[in-house]
Design a protein around this ligand. Structure first.
Ligand code: NAD
Ligand code: USQ
Length: 399
């Protein structure tokens, strides 16, 4: 299949692009390289020395014999997006190309607005571009489990059947966001569902949990193909951060009590799930939702796992209960379905000691690149402490 991957220079997009290319699909990537710019604006850097896009693509062609076409363009630039779609005539468009950090979207008004514009306008453009130039293509859109929040009932896959005052209907599952970033994902889902209903487009919304891990089969083939691995307080996600903290002899930063339970999956499974979705498109006019995760953990249980594995590696890993910079429940019920991807054949990579040990060991390999000042969270959800501290800190570090 011809697949256009928007956001293919990022963590999930790069792993998925190589996986789909290795499976024989004809891949093109469209990416604005915005994420690399946001990192440098904030004085952040991935743990791993990722190569430039041309270097990565050359390395992949060398290793696999397969070319990937690259469009440096922004999904918010409608003409550039349409040009790429016209040039590639995709059977599927996978959209990873968004600002994906909850803390980034909570820095200040400017970062909230940038997140809203980038994500919401980009998603809208993709839908209109499909309507005009690729109405039969299948949109595979990365959403998030965080759209649902932490309700006190089991989370369904996208829709719930409700009986109300003697009548019954199947409606979108209620959404309870945890940041302005998460709100953009809810808006995306509504836009896509609407476009499927009115224009007959077909789409799969992949409500993904928190991703962990560094290597996939493909990115491990050559050092030039290495993926990004964020550990900082803005883009770094829980388990990846804990592994870097363990390697650095830094106490693990559990926010609050650590009873926050989330859905997780390995980066290898991200790529596989996207592959499964792309290779089994729904009927025209269909909007389907897959909950894309394999396991659930509380933050504290992950910290304890990293502590235990760290001890086996000879590290003394402390756990610190940091004052929670976010506003979220620290102890709650959490249960969600994830049947759709399993029924398409997903055989999950389950988190265990070996995976955690490999992540800590990768962090040790690149220890010299770690900036200790990036570890602690700097963005607070509550009003009194927001005031642009992150930018001020970044400017100070940039010198
Ligand atoms: P990332 O920041 O590593 O990659 C995103 C990529 O999209 C970057 O290369 C960036 O340059 C590009 N991009 C951003 N805005 C763009 C635009 N307007 N036009 C073109 N390119 C643009 O993020 P990621 O971790 O790979 O996440 C990818 C997607 O998966 C996001 O939509 C995110 O919401 C979703 N997701 C990620 C996780 C996770 O744990 N990483 C979990 C759930 C869902
Ligand atoms: N947390 C800690 N300590 C840390 C970092 C995080 O306790 O050092 C806690 C947070 O408070 C939160 C949980 O861990 O309760 C998850 O936080 P995270 O930063 O790992 O993930 P999150 O902000 O939810 O965002 C990530 C991705 C986002 C994606 C989301 C999936 O950055 O793109 O949408 O995971 S989900 O969580 O299902 O919404």
């Amino acid at each position: 299949m011809r697949v256009l991957i928007i956001g293919g220079d990022g963590y999930c997009g790069w792993a998925s692009a190589l996986h789909l290319s290795a499976r024989g699909h004809d891949i093109a990537i469209l990416d604005s390289l915005a994420r690399r710019r946001w990192d440098s604006e904030l004085g952040l850097s991935t743990l791993t020395p990722i190569r430039s896009m041309p270097e990565r693509l050359r390395a992949w062609e060398h290793v696999s014999g397969r070319a990937i076409r690259f469009f440096e363009a922004d999904a918010t630039d409608y003409v550039a997006l349409c040009d790429a779609i016209i040039a590639t005539q995709p059977d599927a468009i996978v959209n990873f190309g968004q600002q994906r950090s909850a803390p980034y979207s909570m820095i200040d008004r400017d970062h909230a607005a940038r997140t809203m514009i980038n994500n919401t306008l980009g998603n809208l453009n993709v839908l209109w571009a499909m309507r005009e130039h690729a109405p039969d293509a299948h949109l595979v859109k990365l959403g998030t489990m965080g759209e649902y929040g932490t309700p006190n009932i089991e989370i369904e896959e996208g829709f719930i059947t409700i009986e109300h005052k003697g009548r019954r209907d199947t409606l979108p599952f209620p959404k309870q966001i945890g940041s302005f970033y998460h709100l953009t994902k809810v808006a995306d889902s509504d836009q896509i569902y609407f476009a499927c209903r009115v224009w007959g487009l077909c789409a799969t919304d992949l409500n993904q949990g928190v991703v962990y891990g560094l290597h996939t089969e493909e990115t491990a083939l050559d050092p030039e193909l290495i993926n990004r691995f964020d550990y900082d307080g803005i883009f770094g996600s829980a388990l990846n951060r804990f592994c870097v903290q363990a390697a650095l002899d830094h106490p693990l930063t559990v926010y609050g009590r650590g009873g926050q339970t989330r859905a997780f999956l390995n980066i290898t499974d991200t790529a596989r799930c996207v592959g499964l979705a792309v290779e089994s498109p729904p009927q025209p006019g269909t909007f389907r939702v897959f909950n894309q995760f394999t396991q659930t953990f509380s933050v504290l249980s992950l910290a304890r796992l990293v502590q235990r594995v760290g001890a086996k590696l000879g590290l003394v890993v402390q756990i610190e209960h940091v004052e929670n910079p976010r506003v979220e429940r620290e102890a709650h019920f959490y249960s969600s379905l994830n049947n759709n991807l399993i029924s398409l054949g997903l055989e999950p990579v389950l988190l265990g000691d070996e995976i955690v040990a490999a992540m800590i060991s990768s962090a040790q390999t690149y220890r010299a690149r770690i900036d200790r000042d990036q570890i602690m969270p700097t963005v607070r959800w509550k009003r009194e402490a927001v005031h642009g501290t992150v930018e001020a800190n970044a400017q100070e570090r940039a010198g």
